[in-house]
Design a protein around this ligand. Structure first.
Ligand SMILES: NC(=O)c1ccc[n+]([C@@H]2O[C@H](COP(=O)([O-])OP(=O)(O)OC[C@H]3O[C@@H](n4cnc5c(N)ncnc54)[C@H](OP(=O)(O)O)[C@@H]3O)[C@@H](O)[C@H]2O)c1
Length: 297
């Protein structure tokens, strides 16, 4: 019997729903915004470069708008949230950077940890009171199989201690994201909310995220990239997590070789992401660092 493979054609009618996709000015975010808008949602492209976002939005179907959001600045995140005033159905924490040279966010966090994890953490907390309490409502956060090999050090969640290792910092930010989603789901359930928090990852997808890969890794990467996902397939897990009947707390990625390519399915995160004590502790440290915390209406 042929196996049913999910594609964006399976997205239900989203008319009347509102979605935010962060980092919708490039790569997977464009596809996520495009498919949600095609299904009828009003999609807000939350981007750090508004001109770039407007060029993307001009090519998208349906109802879209562009708003400025720099996840490497808590002030920008607060300003975005302060301007928000309507019900929200889907938040996709998609924006991210990988293997960038050593740097700091405006607030002094290591750049990858600050942008990929702490920025999304703060944004989610500030927007959560607007997310409609319904089983169709989602907070989807993008992670990576590279979370395997990540380490969470509770005395260094902002990543500023020790010598900078670009790959380790990316791994750590992706692992923190998996813990964040699991803990968010636990808190939503404890609060009696129907909103679902889900982690998605694209496997490997051909996008500009990989521009900072260098040296031998780059040669290997360029030689093998054709085997993996194009941006469209890379976006499927996030779209599936955002619109299919996926249980809260799930980890969704491609179903093919090593979960690095293919169509979306639910699978298990790595062992590093399964410490039951760590989620609540990481949450508390992150809440202190960002001065934001869990709140529903
Ligand atoms: N591609 C892969 O193989 C892969 C694998 C695992 C996980 N992921 C994850 O998938 C997500 C999407 O990545 P992608 O492959 O689509 O990469 P991409 O093409 O480089 O897109 C990343 C997006 O994030 C935005 N962004 C970066 N820093 C930001 C900031 N400070 N504030 C707001 N937006 C910011 C970028 O904005 P600009 O357009 O202005 O640059 C861009 O729109 C990321 O979270 C990434 O970690 C991707």
């Amino acid at each position: 019997m042929a196996r049913h493979r999910w594609t964006p054609d399976n997205i239900p009618d989203l008319r009347g729903r509102t979605a935010i996709v962060t980092g919708a000015s490039s790569g997977l975010g464009i596809v996520e915004a495009r498919e949600l808008a095609r299904a009828g949602a009003h999609v807000v492209l939350a981007v750090r470069n508004a001109d770039k976002g407007r060029k993307v939005a001009a090519e998208l179907p349906g109802s879209t708008e562009v708003r400025r959001l720099d996840l490497s600045s808590l002030a920008s995140i607060r300003s975005f949230a302060d301007d928000w005033s309507v019900d929200l159905d889907i938040l996709i924490n998609n924006a991210g950077i990988m293997l960038v040279p050593e740097g700091r966010t405006v607030d002094g966090f290591e750049l990858q940890m600050g942008t990929n994890y702490l920025g999304a953490f703060a944004l989610t907390n500030l927007l959560l009171p607007y997310v409609r309490d319904a089983s169709t409502s989602r907070v989807v956060s993008m992670s990576s199989q590279l979370h395997i090999g990540g380490k969470i050090k509770l005395d260094n969640v902002d990543g500023t201690k020790g010598k900078y290792n670009a790959l380790q910092a990316y791994r750590d930010s992706q692992l923190a994201t998996v813990y964040f989603t699991a803990e968010l789901q636990r808190r939503l359930e404890a609060a009696g909310s129907g909103i679902r928090a889900i982690t998605a990852h694209p496997g490997i997808a051909r996008t500009s995220l990989n521009d900072h890969v260098t040296g031998v890794r780059k040669m290997f990467f360029l030689a093998t990239l054709w085997m993996f996902n194009d941006a469209d397939h890379g976006a499927y897990p996030a779209l599936y997590a955002a619109t299919a009947d996926v249980p809260g707390g799930s980890y969704v990625g491609p179903d093919g070789m090593g979960h690095l390519r293919g169509n979306p399915e639910i699978h298990r995160p790595g062992l590093a992401a399964r410490d039951p004590e760590l989620g609540p502790e990481l949450w508390n440290v992150s809440a202190r660092l960002t001065n934001t915390d869990f709140a529903t209406v």
